[in-house]
Design a protein around this ligand. Sequence first.
Ligand code: NDP
Length: 397
Amino acid sequence: MRKGVVILGATGSIGRSALEVMAGLEAPPPFEALTAYRDVDRLVALAWKHRPRVAVIADPALGSALADALRGSGVEVAAGVDALADVAGDTGSDTVISAIVGAAGLLPTLAAVRAGKRVLIANKEPLVMAGGIVMAAARAAGAEILPVDSEHNAIFQCLPAGYCCGQPPEGVDRLILTASGGPFRTWSRAEMAQATPAQAVAHPNWDMGAKISVDSATMMNKGLEVIEAHWLFATPAEQIDIVVHPQSIVHSLVAYRDGSFLAQMGAPDMRIPIANALGHPDRLPSGAAPLDLVRAGTLHFEAADAERFPCLRLARAAIDGTDAAPTVLNAANEVAVEAFLAERLAFDAIAAVIEATLEGAGRLAVRDSADLDAVIGLDAWARSFASERIAGAEYTK
Ligand code: NDP
């Protein structure tokens, strides 16, 4: 970290953990930019505390409120979605932490990648919908992609020293993603059909934003992670396994050709992968409590159940080497999760909406994903198709 750091999504769960890690360093890097969507109060508090060069609010209607609250702080203010990509791509920083939730992070993440920066990616949705485009842009610009998602960071740590994301790893037989199983790991389908948003966001091990918490409950999160791993590690989906590990102590594994399995372990605390990616290849303190192996006791592993968690099947089926079906899957999932959180959709209808949207895309032969405009067009088509389905009585609670 020679220049400043940009945190896209600074007010979120990952953004705040990243700020905590950096605040705990002996010589914290300067902050170039902190961004938020609508949470002006939290952004203002963070900006007064950490004094970035600029604070960005994505909702343009909130720009003047931000400017008023930061008067006298010396922090510049910008508003609107274009400002996110501007700060991600400008020359004031060499490190960008991509921690916006959802497809909204695509353009700013891509701006950072195209500027050839070190990009720490927590925001998995851009890799799901445009992994081919993002990784090709990274190769072209010489950007360094470092995974923050705990499973992908674990795999990255288990790959040979000097490994760079986007290359097929040497000597590897399989990548094994662990899954906690989420809050409904032991629930029947009938029980899940009645699940409320409050139950779905109550994750047993991790404290995360609402969207990823619901993704964990449907296990779509793990499906998205298979797609994410496929692009990050240039590995065919058939070589990426999922194993349920309710304790979330082993964060993922790499199985080598010679029969060796390397695993990364640690407390379920996102400050650990954030510190790893920030410092790479050096090891920084994360502030996380060390893992107590004796207290952890027995580690348990079981098969993932794609019958009870159909999102696992849908995500795998979407992987076909293009960005088309994953874009449709991701967009329909974002719309369905939002509707579920707003109590406009039953929990078990999330998968049904995604499946219907994928089928609709298939019927229309919507497959073009060759460039960014095509991906953005597909994303918009899938959102409108899924929204119409949800508005229909069929899936309403
Ligand atoms: P949160 O919901 O806690 O935070 C999301 C952040 O993105 C906030 O800063 C929010 O701003 C901002 N944001 C939301 N919508 C927009 C938008 N339309 N435009 C610009 N900014 C926006 O999410 P998490 O921190 O939990 O997750 C962030 C990403 O990291 C997700 O992709 C998730 O899958 C991934 N991830 C998260 C993990 C975790 O432990 N939380 C673990 C692994 C991956 P505001 O506060 O103003 O709404």
